[in-house]
Design a protein around this ligand. Structure first.
Ligand SMILES: Cc1cc2nc3c(=O)[nH]c(=O)nc-3n(C[C@H](O)[C@H](O)[C@H](O)COP(=O)(O)OP(=O)(O)OC[C@H]3O[C@@H](n4cnc5c(N)ncnc54)[C@H](O)[C@@H]3O)c2cc1C
Length: 438
């Protein structure tokens, strides 16, 4: 089984205090329910399962420390609007369901953050979708039509107003949508893990190496130093779900990368001239995401890679090249800050499918999964994990019916080497076509 192999250079994680002492899987364990994967999906599933079954023993197991996976290393946008391809969906009811699901996730996160006082830069900041060149402007015009058809509020923001907020004249126009929230992902994920109900036991640095049936209708999960028997298994393992033998030829592992600066000092803030706490995603999705955090750091995210071996597919030379590309994107936007160094560069893996369809539901007797969010998993992971627990205990709700209606089976991939060739050339073509937006 290929295991997660995330780099140890994520800025969001490095900014956190030292984590609690770790508990690892050891010896022979029995649990009423096991959740593998402690990202947004697994954390939400564990919390909900605990509220359904307060007397049950629930184990939440991750191969790494909490927040070392994709959920702790993303760009920190918690989106309400259907994203990218979902917004193109011909059925208006489909998009309204997605909106409702995302907004339920935001409400859930907001309540948890308030209840448990999770310090994670949570902010109702909205989001800019920015265009640099003609290609970006064309995407923006299209996006504007889709938003109007959806009946969602937005505002067009021109270059001079953008400059006063973003501290750069790089963008010709943007659309501002108010429903997005921003956060520090590693802080949020750790806060969610630290506030789990008492009957959830979190086991970290405990990769599950093998899954087998126990011959009595249950499963045995094998770790390096221990085993767990259970009759119910929930997978919040995103792209790694295929390593357990499920959705095997249907998920595509994609990696994207970010770099950020240290907090700007007062003089640098004067040279910057913009505001704090905003986020911009590119009108053309192959372009560059930028954030200015509450603690004055600028973050740049772009570049995609096909990573069949996850983090192990990326060598040092590739990382150095990507960091150089981030530098170029940074200088183009903030020439007055050209001397401000990046302190961290990191990458993260997530799953996409060729038909942009998310999987949600039962995979086997007693095995359930939410996998493949097509790269926008903060809101989706939260709500799909929650509803997965509902599904596993046979509950019913309007949201559960909605998530069933908007999910399906990710399309089958062609065999290797055709798949790798196809994905790599599509990524290269998108990067070339979108070079004005990078
Ligand atoms: C740089 C970057 C920027 C992004 N920006 C955004 C954004 O702004 N907004 C947004 O919504 N999304 C964004 N995403 C995508 C988002 O991070 C993911 O979609 C989301 O985190 C997926 O959550 P998850 O809980 O489903 O899976 P993950 O967070 O990937 O969690 C899966 C967990 O399973 C564990 N695991 C896997 N195999 C095993 C095993 N064998 N044994 C035990 N544990 C195992 C892993 O260690 C991991 O912690 C971004 C991603 C990246 C990389």
């Amino acid at each position: 089984m290929n295991l997660p192999h995330d780099d140890k250079t994520c800025g969001w994680y490095a900014a956190l205090p030292a984590p609690r002492p770790v508990c690892v899987l050891a010896g022979q364990q029995t649990a009423d329910c096991v959740i593998i994967g402690a990202g947004f999906a697994g954390l939400a599933a564990a919390r909900r399962m605990a509220s359904h079954e307060p007397a049950a023993r629930i184990l939440l197991v991750d191969a790494q420390r909490v927040a070392e996976g994709a959920s702790g290393r993303n760009s920190g946008f918690v989106i309400d609007l259907p994203h990218k391809f979902a917004l193109e969906h011909p059925d208006a009811a489909h998009k309204q369901r997605l909106l409702g699901l995302n907004r339920a996730a935001i409400a859930q996160l907001e309540a948890l953050i308030a209840t448990h006082r999770i310090d994670c830069q949570w902010s109702h900041a909205g989001k800019y979708q920015g265009a640099v060149g003609a290609r970006g402007l064309a995407y923006l015009a299209h996006f504007e039509k889709l938003l109007a058809a959806l009946g969602e509020p937005f505002r067009s923001v021109e270059q001079s107003e953008l400059e006063s907020v973003l501290g750069t004249r790089h963008y010709r126009r943007a659309l501002f949508t108010p429903g997005c929230y921003l956060m520090q992902p590693a802080a949020l994920v750790r806060g969610l893990a630290d506030s789990l109900p008492g009957n959830v036991e979190l086991l970290e640095n405990s990769p599950i190496l093998r899954l087998e049936r126990d011959g009595q209708g249950g499963y045995v999960l094998h770790g390096a130093d221990g085993r767990i028997r259970t009759r119910r298994l929930l997978l919040g393992t995103s792209i790694f779900t295929r390593e357990f033998g499920y959705l095997k030829n249907r998920l595509l592992p994609v990696m994207t990368f970010a770099s950020w600066t240290r907090p700007l000092d007062d003089d640098e803030c004067r040279r910057y001239g913009g505001r704090f706490d905003w986020g911009l995603t590119p009108a053309d999705h192959a372009g560059t995401t930028v954030r200015m955090t509450q603690d004055r750091r600028l973050l740049i995210r772009n570049t995609y890679r096909h990573v069949p071996r996850y983090g192990r597919s990326i060598d040092d030379a590739t990382r150095a090249k990507i960091r150089g590309d981030h530098r170029q994107a940074f200088r183009a936007r903030f020439p007055a800050l050209a001397d401000v160094p990046f302190t961290h560069t990191w990458g993260g893996v997530y799953a996409i499918s060729r038909n942009f369809t998310n999987f949600f539901g039962q995979l086997d007797d007693g095995v359930f999964a939410s996998a493949c969010d097509n790269g926008v998993g903060a809101a989706w992971g939260t709500i799909s994990g929650t509803l997965l627990a509902d599904h596993a205990v046979g509950a019913d709700s309007a949201l559960l019916r909605d998530i069933r209606a908007v999910t399906g089976m990710p399309a089958l991939n062609p065999p290797e080497p055709l798949l790798g060739l196809g994905v790599r050339s599509r990524i290269r073509l998108a990067a070339w076509n979108s070079r004005s937006e990078l």
